[in-house]
Write a new protein. Sequence first.
Length: 269
Amino acid sequence: MNGGRVRFGRKPGSTGHGVNLLVIHPFLSSATGKFPGTFVSFLPRWNRVETQPAETTLYSLSDAPPSPANESDRRTGERHMTLYRVGSVMLDGRRELCLIRNISAGGMMIRLYCTAAVGTQLTIELKSGQPIRGKVSWIKDGYYGIEFDDPIDVIEILSASMNGPRPRMPRIETDCHAKLREGANSLRVRAHDISQGGAKLQCEMAIPCGSDIVLTLPGLEPQPGVACWNNDGFTGVTFNRLLPLGQLVEWLKVQREEQAARRPAAKSA
């Protein structure tokens, strides 16, 4: 879906004080594999009218995995807004985040936030419950080419992402103390996993669903959000704003280093 356009303008019926982002999305027919029409959505807080090309994850029906040559397909001299799909990678027993640039039936091109050698076996998860096994076939300019062990059904994946329930953002396991504030209550909690959009917390007190909260994790700014579920001593929170992927990746690296440093101390004790 490269080449989609993002147009800045006012939402119909607005007073003119708030300016919105009009996003035009191609709509894929699962029956024909073609794009018979579009649908639009509005995002707030832009203050000028202009058209900017949006570079999004490209889905291909080809059986061949993306090649390094695809990286040069980007039109030169034109500024792009990148709206790549976020996925997760299981690599050497740990979960990492990635940005997915191209997907075909035979493989994908990803931006990986860690290092992996050509030939490395890995598992990529596009959404919850959909792992795909493959290996690194090439590396170029920070992008990794992944060749799947078995072909996938691209139409099924794309149709499910457009028409089905919104897939959960990739969650990364963590283990750190944090502070949760809900109204007049300030609680010490433990974060068990985190995504760009929220976190799973171990909490002694049940937080009512729908309550406004502020979660403070070590090394990150306080994150306002909402409590969305409670179950057996755990609470799920959704952030009001997505954490930037780069910031989340760097935070996870620091947490991983600190946890590794604590293990020898725990063994010696």
